[in-house]
Design a protein around this ligand. Structure first.
Ligand code: CA
Length: 501
């Protein structure tokens, strides 16, 4: 298999695309995609194209179509660019079918230019779901799952199987009184004659479930468990998944007692996001939050960070349930042992696969509003924000951090040091890894920030502090932190998790 093509050079503003479009600007990068806003105001063309009747006889000086009288004021479009050639043919087949469904933002055009495939969707101010921080409300998460499950069933009837789903494949339209979600520019696995066969209809559900699970608030354990089952593939088809969602809609969710938000982003240079994060309520009084940053080529990093998050969440809950009494000491043990379980499971897996995958991980166990334990391996960090001042809680297990501690280089040198990526300790590389655990006695108004080096490597602590001070709301703060990393170049994946006690 040839190596996947790297993210291509972006189109610059003013680039003409195909026959009708002119690039206004690049608006977003996502895994495997670049999104542009374009318009159809082409000064290089003597005549205007009519989208209603396809007539192209109207002079540029006119504003209504000479054939049908339609308004020809410039229109705007979202142009999605993809470069993975394996996806071209299935999408072209899908486009031919002209699928129309209320939960689908249908493309009006597709074409190839400079070895990339462009799809064109009318744009009326919609945003992409990948730009929103988690969580959404329980109701909204369930609503998205239900709406997309209905669409999946419809697509299967039409012979369409989707490829991997992620947040970048959804548009969000916000109007005065409602928010609506649309599937947009999906990866297509296959288009066939006749409906998708019965045994194949559960394929997309684990991706959908995994995606929606990330949108669910910390305290909504039942719902997260439900989507975890979906991720494990227990639903054979959209029909069964949809019926189970209906039942969940009637169940009472648990209220969260911390207010947390998270966001993970591929950044501006990489084409794969190897960061992961997760959270969960382990008991009425205890919450876990995790960020992991995977490494090791060929998707191994993504697997390692996903395993780390899954295992620590599952193990911490299981171990906590076995504690006769939840004391601070017991909690510290639970965190350390769960961390080690994740480490050893990844080590076993990488030995079996003959790969050298690993991940950093930072996790915090929050006990009520009084106490937090923060544990880390590698250079993902935990920070405490107290009375407007940011404090780094964890110590990086990296070569440059050690050099700073030994006063051989300054903190500022470390940031640009050629060996800044060398880690001295990672999860999954050695059996029984040493885990650093810090305890923090919490005061009212404290906030915790967990993040991968894609944030702190790009954005100074002073700027992180300023953003946290400027944005009380953790979802807004998360979004602004990711934006700041983008502003600084976002050479790496960026993941942030903000917890307000
Ligand atoms: Ca990283």
């Amino acid at each position: 298999m040839p190596p996947p093509m790297q993210r291509p050079q972006p189109f610059t503003p003013g680039t003409p695309l195909s026959e009708h479009y002119l690039v206004e600007g690049l608006v977003r990068l996502a895994e495997g995609r670049m999104f542009y806003i374009a318009n159809d105001d082409r000064a290089d063309r003597p005549r205007r194209f009519c989208w209603e009747c396809a007539c192209d006889d109207t002079l540029r000086s006119e504003t209504t179509c000479v054939s049908c009288g339609a308004d020809l004021s410039p229109r705007r479009f979202l142009v999605a660019v993809r470069w993975d050639q394996a996806g071209f043919r299935p999408f072209a087949d899908f486009f031919e079918r002209r699928i129309d469904h209320p939960a689908f933002a249908a493309p009006v055009d597709m074409f190839f230019q400079d070895n990339v495939m462009c799809t064109v969707t009318p744009w009326n101010g919609e945003g992409v779901l990948v730009d929103e921080a988690s969580p959404l409300s329980v109701e909204r998460s369930l609503y998205i799952a239900q709406r997309m499950t209905g669409l999946l069933a419809f697509l299967h009837q039409k012979g369409v199987s989707l490829g991997r789903l992620n947040l970048a494949h959804f548009l969000v339209r916000t109007t005065q009184d409602e928010v609506e979600y649309f599937l947009f520019d999906p990866d297509i696995q296959r288009v066939q004659d006749g409906p998708v066969p019965e045994g194949m209809r559960g394929r997309e559900l684990p991706w959908l479930a995994a995606m929606v699970r990330r949108l669910v608030p910390v305290g909504a354990n039942k719902l997260r468990d439900f989507f975890s089952k979906g991720k494990d593939g227990i639903f054979p088809a959209p029909f069964e998944f949809g019926r189970a969602i209906e039942e969940m809609m009637e169940a009472e969710p648990l209220g969260p007692h911390s207010i947390s938000a998270a966001m993970s982003d591929v950044g501006l240079i990489r084409s794969l996001n190897e960061d992961n994060w997760g959270w969960g309520q382990l008991s009425a009084d205890v919450e876990l939050h995790v960020v992991a940053d995977g490494m090791g080529g060929h998707e191994a990093g993504e697997v390692a960070s996903d395993m780390a998050v899954e295992i620590i969440c599952r193990e911490a809950r299981r171990r906590l349930e076995q504690q006769p009494q939840v004391t601070p000491h017991a909690l510290e043990n639970v965190l350390e042992e769960s961390f080690r379980s994740a480490n050893n499971a990844i080590k076993d897996h990488s030995e079996r696969m003959g790969s050298d995958m690993g991940t950093t991980m930072v996790a915090t166990l929050l006990m009520g509003k009084q106490l937090a334990y923060v544990a880390n391996v590698g250079d993902s960090r935990g920070y405490l924000m107290r009375e407007g001042v940011l404090h780094q809680v964890t110590r990086d297990h990296s070569l440059v951090a050690r050099m700073v501690e030994q006063n051989r280089i300054t903190k500022e040198d470390a940031r640009h040091h050629p060996h800044s990526n060398i880690l001295l300790r990672t999860v999954g590389t050695e059996r029984d890894v040493d885990v650093d655990i810090f305890s923090v006695e919490l005061s009212a108004g404290d906030r915790l920030l967990l993040c991968s080096d894609g944030l702190w490597g790009e954005v100074d602590d002073e700027d992180i502090e300023a953003i946290l001070n400027a944005y009380e709301d953790p979802r807004q703060a998360s979004r602004e932190l990711v934006r700041a990393a983008h502003y600084a170049g976002a050479r790496d994946n960026v993941t942030v998790l903000v917890i307000t006690v």
